[in-house]
Design a binder for this molecule. Structure first.
Ligand code: FAD
Length: 456
């Protein structure tokens, strides 16, 4: 009897030990599973995303070949740090742009109804000579007779004296601008002109966004126009990114002399986070731009990054190569977007021509933006998208592998800067989205109530 009691106890102890052992083994296994396995993914979602609501950004990004979780990881670990470095090198810092506008759509819009609104409709003789020169430098904001009144909206034209060699000029059928060097072009140092709040708002800008979206898919049933839907998503993703940058670097108090810049969380929530489709479109646009850069790998690796600064130029090429060949990136998300699915069927070429025309109109709309700094970033990013479209769908679009892509220097600069902007936005949304959603999903407060202040 006693013997059998002891036997029972021993068996119970054995089961107990087996159970503890198994639990320990399971815990060890969970902590060592590869980051991509479902267990690890759920763990990460649980630990990173406190809000259950945030689980809506889970699984494959629509129309893409990569998951939200993977995008966040490769962005934080690979893309964001490298891109932040790359855009600071001289090659990617100087962007050639025609800054005054010739809005082809509504000349009587009254963009310059205030003399402070824009440079675009002022008489030619009001512009200083250096304004027109490609290498025009050091135009001080107070000398600009017809700049926007708000200093934060004017572009700082200070550039490094060392310009860089010209590249091949090849037309981009997706964009409107003639990129050939001419007296109307000016070089702008992007690092001196961060994309942020400028105070540009009202009916004039609303008209631009409305016209941009009207060029899109609104009038088509969604199943009939995957290509047009993609154009809409690209614009919406870009719009989200612009809004995120405005919210992340916002002028909180315009009245005092000590400018208070900081985050405007309620704006971030109202304009982007509150609308899951806008967040999804941001991720889509990021993957689309990433795919185009990866597809142009061969070209980008061999391009000439000479700006007359040998060390910087060598580092530019090295950092870009590092990004284009990063194992973690290429194994986690080898083909972020599959362009081969588009423009199929008999109507493919015609659809492509229509879409090109629509995108060219969107590109031309950038000339209607009545705020100089917004126009600079609008033009750069739309050129970046146009370059992505050109890379992915080639010049004629029918047989992308038939011809090797040729890019202009400005297109390369725009592509990488666009990717960097999107990467910054995705990082901000990933890091701040859940808490901002939790905060504003419940409380609706004024911008200043919930803003993070910092002095300029
Ligand atoms: C190309 C461009 C660049 C700009 N750059 C700057 C800048 O650098 N700094 C700055 O301060 N201002 C910039 N602006 C202005 C800025 O984008 C806003 O238009 C402005 O702040 C007024 O905002 P809003 O609240 O009226 O909404 P807006 O952002 O103007 O949106 C207008 C309407 O578009 C729809 N919408 C908004 N977001 C999305 C989305 N992601 N997807 C689909 N639909 C959407 C909504 O119906 C919304 O009511 C830029 C404008 C343009 C056109």
């Amino acid at each position: 009897m006693v013997k059998s009691e002891d036997g029972k106890k021993t068996r119970v102890n054995q089961w107990y030990l087996i159970f503890i052992g198994a639990a320990v083994a399971l815990m060890l296994a969970i902590s060592f599973v590869p980051r991509n396995s479902p267990g690890a993914m759920i763990d990460r979602i649980k630990s990173c995303f406190c809000s259950q609501e945030w689980l809506k950004y889970h699984g494959l990004v629509e129309d893409c070949c990569c998951e939200y979780e993977t995008v966040d990881r490769i962005n934080v670990e690979v893309l964001y740090p490298l891109l932040q470095q790359i855009v600071k090198y001289p090659f990617f810092r100087y962007f050639k742009v025609k800054l005054w506008c010739d809005c082809p759509f509504w000349p009587d819009d009254g963009l310059c109804h205030l003399r402070d609104c824009s440079v675009c409709e002022c008489p030619e003789n009001e512009f200083p000579e250096s304004f027109r020169k490609a290498s025009g430098t050091g135009l001080m904001p107070d000398k600009l007779v017809c700049q926007e009144e708000k200093p934060e909206a004017a572009v700082d034209r200070t550039v490094d004296a060392k310009a860089f060699k010209g590249w091949m000029e090849v037309d981009n059928p997706w964009t409107n601008d003639d990129e050939t060097d001419n007296a109307e072009m000016t070089y702008v140092d992007l690092q001196l002109n961060p994309e942020r709040y400028t105070g540009y708002s009202g009916p004039s800008v609303r008209r631009i966004w409305d016209a941009t979206y009207l060029e899109n898919c609104y009038n088509y049933p969604s199943e009939e126009c995957q290509e047009k839907r993609i154009l809409y998503k690209l614009i919406s993703g870009l719009h989200s990114s612009i809004s995120i940058h405005i919210a992340a670097d916002y002028l909180l108090d315009e009245k005092t002399n000590t400018l208070q810049w900081g985050q405007n969380l309620s704006l971030m929530y109202d304009r982007v986070l509150k609308h899951p489709d806008r967040v999804r479109n941001l991720y889509f646009t990021f993957l689309f731009a990433l795919r185009s850069v990866l597809k142009a790998k061969e070209y980008l690796e061999q391009a000439d990054y000479d700006t007359g600064n040998p060390l910087d130029d060598m580092n530019t090429q090295l950092s870009l190569k590092k990004l284009l060949n990063d194992n973690q990136l290429l194994s986690a998300c080898p083909k972020p977007f599959d362009e081969a699915k588009l423009w199929k069927g008999q109507s493919g070429p015609e659809l492509m021509r229509q879409t090109q025309k629509q995108f060219r109109n969107i590109s031309a709309l950038m000339d209607c933006i009545g705020c100089e700094k917004c126009r600079l970033w609008g033009k750069l990013q739309v050129l970046g998208l146009g370059t992505a479209l050109k890379i992915l769908f080639s010049v004629n679009g029918n047989n992308p592998s038939a011809q090797r892509v040729q890019l202009q220097r400005n297109e390369v600069i725009a592509s990488i800067n666009l990717l960097n902007r999107l990467s910054e936005s995705v990082k901000l949304v990933h890091e701040m989205g859940p808490s901002v959603e939790q905060m504003f999903g419940k409380i609706i407060g004024g911008p200043s109530d919930q803003s993070n202040h910092r002095s300029s």
